[in-house]
Structures are given as C-alpha cells and as structure tokens.
Write a protein that binds this ligand. Structure first.
Ligand code: GDP
Ligand code: GDP
Length: 470
C-alpha cells in the first residue's frame, strides 16, 4: 500500500479543488485502487515516479453535528495526524490567517510528520505578497498555489513527493521477520503484542474503537528478530462515515503489504465472523503467510475435544486458505502465547522456501505418473518443464501443452502433493501455467520470417501513406 497524503484545512479554502487538480494533472496518473472502489475522497496519484494515495479530508463526515466548524477542522486534522504520512494544510490567501488556521497549525507543528502549507488562490503578484503572512503559522514549508488555475501545483507535488517516507522502518533490515497483526476491534491485537513484548508498551483499552497509531515493535527471541505491527485499522467505528473507516483500513493494508506473515486474531467467543473473513480476504489477496490466532481461549469451556472441534469450524469458515496455521491462545493469561513465535518463524521460512529445479521436476513427474490428468477428447495435459519463479510466496512456472486441458482438480492435486512433500504450512503457493513456446527449429525460422515480412509490409505501407499525404 502506498503512502497516504492528507489534505486538511477549513471549508472553502479550496481543498477539493486542489484534490481534483492534483489528481487530474496530466502527469499525476489517477488509477483505481485495487480492492477498494474509488470515490472522490481518495485517489491514487503518481508524480516523478512516486506513488501515493491522496485523501481529501474535507469530504469526510465526522458525525458530530454539534461541532463548530473549527472543532470539525481540528478533528479532521487529528485523523490525518493519525493516519497520514504527509499532511497538506490548505489556507486561503483571500481570507488571510484565521484563528482556526493558527490552531490547526499549532497542532500540526507538534507532530513528527511532514506538514506542507499550501496557500491557495494565489493568482497574482499581490496575492503572492499577501501569502507571506502565512509564514507566521510557523510551518517549515510554504507553497503558493492556485488550485482553480493550476498554478504552483507542480511545486506542491515536488514538495509532497520529497516528504514521502522513502523506506519503511525495518523493512530493509536483514533477518527480521515482519508480521502484521490484523483483526476486528477488541479481538485482542494489542493485548497480544503486549504479551509478546512482555511489557506494557502498547495501550490496551476496553473501549471498542479506541484510536491509536499502528505501532511497530521489534522484539528478539532466541536470536531471531520479529517486527510486530499492530494495526489499529480494520475497525468498525459506530456512527462514523465509511470513509473514515477506509482511511484506517488503508493503513492496515499497508502493514499487510510489507509483512511476510499475517497474524489474523479472532475472538474465540465470537468465532470467525464475516468481518474476519473479509479481513482475511485482504491478506490473502496479497499472498502472505497466514496464521489464524484464536484468542481469548481462556473464556472457552474446554474438554479434550474442544480444540479439534474448534479447528474444524475455523477451517470451514476459512476454507479459502486451508493451508493457514491455527493457534489457540490467551493474550490475557499468556497461556500458550510462547507457542506462537516458533510457528511464525516456521511460516516465514516456508514463505521463503526455494525448491531446486531438479527436485521440482521429479516431483511433478511422479505426481503425473501417479495420477494422470483426465484426457479430453483424446487429448491430455502434458507437462514439459517447471521452475521456481520466485519465493515469498513460493511461485512456480509450469510449462504445459494447452491451458484448456488443465483442470482445477488436477491443479489442486498437484498443490497437495507439493504440500505433502515440502514443508509449506502457513504459506500460499502459486502456479503460473504457461504454454511452452515452440522450439522446433523450422517453426522458429518460419516465425522469424513471418515477423520480418510483416515488419517489412508495415514499413512499406507507412512509406506509401507518407507519399500519399505529401
Ligand atoms: P473546500 O471546501 O476546501 O473543499 O473548498 P472548494 O474546493 O470547494 O473551494 C471553495 C471555493 O473556492 C469554490 O468556490 C472554488 O471555486 C474556490 N476556489 C478553489 N480554489 C481556488 C483558487 O485557486 N482560486 C480562486 N480564486 N478560487 C478558488
Ligand atoms: P484490539 O482492539 O484488537 O487491539 O484488542 P485489545 O487488545 O485492546 O483487547 C480488547 C479487550 O479484550 C480488552 O479488554 C482485553 O483485556 C481483552 N482481551 C484481550 N485478549 C484477551 C484474552 O486472551 N482473554 C480475555 N479474557 N480477554 C482478552
């Protein structure tokens, strides 16, 4: 997930005009965000080869009808402080510095995030001069723009992309296993981090939807470093605009994207809910290692069959990732918590597993011999050759004669054979089926000649056209 840039400011300063301008500039390519429908509040932008998500906080309803306008602006800024990587404060040169501007600027000055002041509606030299007064807001970077006329927006985009976080903290660190802890509010994500850390470094709260930052904690156990990212996101906040929710979901998605292993925390009392399934779906799309943590196990009355029964139910509800690991624990009593990190380590290893080409091909040959794919009108799937394309997750390219002859059930069978043969627990694996290119020498010369011929005809046609237009 990309960095988030939030536009904040009082009503009517030109936030949405600026938002449109920044995302509609020719160079700023606007695209749909995968998995999330696009609306006018969020857009993907690109500038100088850097991508980010732009958010117009002005359109976010915070459902406090009693709020004064100033309070409303402050609350929007708070949200931006919490969720965004870069904040653009928009002010209006025609109105001048207002108390609300001063208050928001004062708050933003205390935040350890880049803040860019965009003085809008600067359309002439006089305005340019008047804009100087906004330096009094004490923000380190001031850009004059006219959103309506598209002036200064290139400079603003430069400033924004300069301020974007260049590398994720810890992301480049060798030998660190990166996890993202996801799940519904109150499932016990931060309690779990606390239990793992062994000291209260994360705020735990009983109130559903209590806001806090996504927190990175780096711990070391038995010589292995683990980065735990507790995602405050993916929470349902009552009576809040859906856009607010999406804001924090995006944050959580970023954590998932940079993780190797995703820990999906569910509440044993509630079981796997629809929201859990949805959250798991996000992580699945990203192709990450996955561990389902059934938390609050202390609240369940148990006999010696309970765990097996529970496992079955969890498997049923998460059938789309039947390879995921499942762990039962209690973050509160810390019972079984010590079992978790070894599993995280194993899943991270499996996620990065490499299989030699020789081994791979003999496994496929054997699998084929034991269970031949069914023939279709006398034709049968043939497998020529396989090689591992990448790890994280393990991805294999398999060359075949015809994709039409590949049946889901056989693919499934092959995946099972892989899983039986190699330790791939907790990680998805991918097959990329490719039709083998023809290697017959005569074929190739024919093709090459065809290409040459068609190239030639194009050139000739072009020349002909040129002539006719002259
Ligand atoms: P928002 O409430 O902050 O999102 O503000 P809008 O984008 O809706 O703009 C408020 C008003 O300011 C509208 O009438 C816009 O046409 C106007 N406006 C926005 N940008 C500019 C600008 O650069 N110059 C001038 N003169 N007017 C602008
Ligand atoms: P988060 O919103 O997912 O981060 O959830 P929290 O960690 O804030 O926990 C929500 C509530 O569940 C708090 O009241 C915790 O004390 C409680 N809780 C968390 N884990 C457990 C557990 O294993 N057992 C019990 N009984 N309560 C738990």
């Amino acid at each position: 997930m990309k960095a988030i840039v939030a536009i904040v400011g009082r009503p009517n300063v030109g936030k949405s005009t600026l938002f449109n301008r920044l995302t509609e500039t020719r160079q700023a390519i606007v695209e749909d965000q995968p998995g999330v429908t696009r609306d006018r509040l969020y857009a993907e932008a690109e500038w100088n080869g850097q991508n980010f998500t732009l958010v117009d906080t002005g359109g976010i309803q915070l459902d406090k009808s009693g709020d004064t306008i100033d309070a409303h602006v402050t609350r929007q800024a708070e949200l931006a402080i919490k969720e965004a990587d870069v904040i653009v404060l928009v002010v209006d040169v025609a109105v001048g510095v207002t108390v609300a501007d001063q208050e928001v600027a004062a708050r933003l000055r205390r935040v350890n995030k880049p803040v860019i002041l965009a003085v809008n509606k600067v359309e002439n030299l006089k305005r340019e001069e008047e804009a100087l007064e906004f330096w009094s807001l004490g923000l380190p970077s001031l850009i004059t723009v006219s959103a309506a006329h598209g002036m200064g927006t290139g400079d603003l985009l430069d400033e924004i992309t300069n301020a974007l976080p260049q590398t994720e903290p810890f992301a480049e660190m060798e030998g660190v296993i990166r996890t993202a802890i996801i799940g519904r509010p109150n499932a016990g994500k931060s309690s779990l981090v606390n239990a793992l850390v062994g000291e209260e470094r994360v705020i735990v709260s009983d109130v559903a939807g209590t806001t806090r930052d996504a927190i990175d904690v780096l711990i070391e156990r038995d010589g292995q470093k683990y980065l735990l990212v507790d995602t405050a996101g993916m929470r349902k906040r009552a009576k809040v605009d859906e856009a607010v929710e999406r804001y924090s979901v995006m944050r959580a998605l970023r954590a998932v994207e940079r993780a190797q292993v995703v820990l999906l925390v569910i509440d044993a009392v509630d079981g796997v809910t629809e929201q859990d399934q949805r959250i798991a779906g996000y992580a699945l799309e990203q192709g990450k290692g996955m561990i389902v943590i059934v938390n609050k196990w202390d609240l369940i009355e148990k006999d010696d069959r309970t765990m097996d029964q529970f496992t079955l139910t969890v498997r049923e509800r998460t059938a789309f990732m039947d390879w995921a690991e499942i762990i039962f624990l209690s973050a509160k009593t810390k019972s079984r918590v010590q079992k978790l990190l070894p599993v995280v380590k194993q899943v991270a290893e499996n996620f990065q597993r490499r299989i030699t080409t020789g081994e791979l091909n003999s496994l496929i040959r054997d699998s084929y011999a034991i269970n031949q794919p069914p023939s279709d009108k006398g034709r049968r799937l043939k497998i020529f050759y396989a090689t591992q394309a990448t790890d994280s997750p393990p991805t294999f390219i398999i060359f075949i004669n015809d994709k039409e002859l590949l049946h889901f059930s056989w693919e499934r069978y092959l995946e099972n054979r892989f899983r039986e043969t190699y330790n791939l627990e907790g990680t998805p694996i991918r097959f990329w089926w490719r039709v083998r290119p023809k290697i017959d020498i005569r074929d190739r010369t024919v093709r090459v000649r065809k290409v040459l011929l068609s190239g030639k005809t194009r050139v000739i046609r072009k020349a002909a056209r040129k002539k006719s237009t002259e």
